[in-house]
Design a protein around this ligand. Sequence first.
Ligand code: ADP
Ligand code: ASP
Ligand code: MG
Length: 436
Amino acid sequence: MRVLKFGGTSVGSAERMHALVNLISDSTPKIVVLSAMSGTTNNLVEIAAALYAKDNNKANNLIDVLENKYKEVIKQLYKTGAALKKGEELIHSHFNYLRSFTMDMFTVNEERAILAQGELLSTAMFHYYLEEIGTASVLLPALNFMRIDENEEPDMKYIEQNAKAELAKYPNTKLFITQGYICRNAFGEIDNLKRGGSDYTATILGAAIQSDEIQIWTDIDGMHNNDPRIVDKTHPIAELSFDEAAELAYFGAKILHPTCILPAQMRNIPVRLLNTMQPEAKGTVISSKTTGDNVKAVAAKDGITAIKIKSGRMLLAYGFLRAVFEIFERYKTPIDMITTSEVAVSLTIDNTKNLDAIMQELKEFCSVEVDNDLTIVCIVGNFAAEKQGYAFKIFDALKHIPIRMISYGGSEHNVSILVDSKLKKDTLVALNNGLF
Ligand code: ADP
Ligand code: ASP
Ligand code: MG
């Protein structure tokens, strides 16, 4: 059984949904994971924000505009009166559900229920289309098997058991359709795997059912060596190791959800990145194989905060780092980069939800400075310790860029630097010119 995930643009119009059928119509058994149509989740975020602000007029207007868009899509999607009628009923029920929130109290739970509507709509619409053209498929409700635990991590045991049980109900079915992104949380409420989470659904599900390959279909021909939205000349990378791909995803390569590589890596399932607009392109294969000994790619992650922590009275004492790290652990705040000197440690975080409380505790035993609006630029490749010249090439390319922090030697395939976000573009372009 294969898992194939199609992102927002791949289901972004009636025309794209029609074209999708050609990519899934061979006889290999498969689970097709779909995102919401492109733009929908952003629209749902806006609707939820209006409801939070108790601006019901605005919310209703946004809901009307989105509903009209869907009404147009189904007119082009279906040919028969019967399918169109089902589509109309589907849209009616989901949009009336959205309208029901304008009357009630609005909390984070209601927001999550709203955000789930995009994937529920796209999968049902596509399933009805398959039905209309006579292609047998089963719509699997992701909310029956996708679950995160109290730490917001995928509950792999539960998912494995329940996904297998759902599939076992349809022993003769070759084609399953399910929702990306959405799940239940430890309290059984509707939740999600964070933005871009459909990739994560695909790899979690692929790992749970021991899929032989996970395919992520999107609007570009694989992982590029640099951010194509920022740098002009980029090219696709044919092969990446799990570690390399995980670093690029975590450090900002938007083509993959930040943590989606891990489930595939744990079960050693290759992940193939493919382009729905250009299905014949080779794309990128991510596997346990490490190839080449050069710099492969660069990615950038914005919204980074740096914290400089200087030990006061505890100069050189052991336990200083432990005391610092314990505070971040207690507030469930991951640290991305870290550098140390004898008396100080600088580190970066991207989740600032608990920053004030963290600062207060740190200030009890050290002096602390905080710096915002920073970007981590991550350079990924094979930097085996015995090879010379990589560091020189990187820093030579960046000689005109003020660098705030450097992390080198933590692993053999990652060099990270921290720069002011205003310099992100310059940094990515300079690395492109100097390294590739
Ligand atoms: P989907 O909706 O299919 O999940 P995304 O928009 O989430 O698609 O991801 C694909 C986009 O990621 C591409 O269109 C591209 O602009 C962007 N991107 C950013 N960095 C990279 C990279 N290094 N390689 C390929 N694409 C990248
Ligand atoms: N629809 C969700 C989002 O826009 C999930 C995804 O597309 O992967 O973030
Ligand atoms: Mg995506």
